[in-house]
Design a protein around this ligand. Structure first.
Ligand SMILES: Nc1nc2c(c(=O)[nH]1)N[C@H]1C(S)=C(S)[C@@H](COP(=O)(O)O)O[C@H]1N2
Ligand SMILES: [Mo]
Length: 199
């Protein structure tokens, strides 16, 4: 019989390495919404990328669902200090959605049904770092978690992962979004604890 202390193997030690400073782990999936849950019928849903020179690329629900799908597993970190490990999603990589988009813009303002916005550099959406997801844990994404579809950009605090996403506006200058205007950090790297403006 091998004598192995759990504290030195596998999951436990690993998990704490995966927890950014000031965060604690949760097993449940908290809901954080700054307003009511918008209901968007799928036959009226669309996703758009608007370029800095005024062109718009649009996808209907059927067009979006026909794109190549990925199943990212990610750790998510909310600025209110909960983190959840190994969340399982399905959706479309932003790399796929940006394939035919000609743009030199550096900044993105993500906007949602219901009016929420959040900003981030375009680079943080590309190279396998972000998805528009429509399934969570093997099921359709629940409305309170952003269904029918939300942005998932897990390397930044979870407020950047806009629920009920409607589009991305590409900009030559940085426009702060909802929480960024309210004093939260403009970038929001959880490993550097960029919670508030000035952190
Ligand atoms: N449209 C929209 N997206 C949003 C929010 C919101 O209020 N509205 N809250 C953000 C915040 S602060 C967090 S932590 C996550 C919460 O996602 P969840 O409710 O699925 O846990 O969504 C982010 N995306
Ligand atoms: Mo959050």
């Amino acid at each position: 019989m091998a004598i192995i202390s759990r504290g030195f193997t596998g999951r436990r030690r690993n998990d704490s390495d995966r927890l950014p400073p000031g965060q604690y782990l949760v097993e449940d999936f908290p809901v954080l919404s700054a307003g009511p849950t918008p209901r968007v019928p799928l036959d009226r849903w669309e996703f758009a990328i608007d370029t800095e020179d005024g062109r718009t690329h649009r996808w209907t629900w059927a067009e979006f669902m026909a794109l190549p799908q990925e199943t990212p597993t990610a750790d998510i970190h909310c600025v209110t200090r909960w983190s959840k490990l190994d969340t399982e999603w399905q959706g479309v990589s932003l790399d796929v959605l940006f394939e035919d988009v000609e743009s030199a813009a550096e900044y993105a303002l993500v906007y949602s049904y219901g009016g929420y916005t959040t900003n981030l550099p375009v680079d943080d959406l590309l190279d396998g770092k972000a998805w528009i997801v429509h399934r969570y844990g093997g099921e359709e994404l629940a409305p309170q978690h952003g269904g029918p579809a939300r942005l998932l950009v897990p390397h930044l605090y979870f407020w950047k992962s806009a629920k009920w996403v409607r589009g991305i506006r590409l900009l030559n200058e940085d426009w702060p979004g909802f929480w960024e205007t309210a004093g939260y950090h403009n970038y929001g790297n959880p490993w550097r604890e960029q919670r508030y403006e000035g952190d």
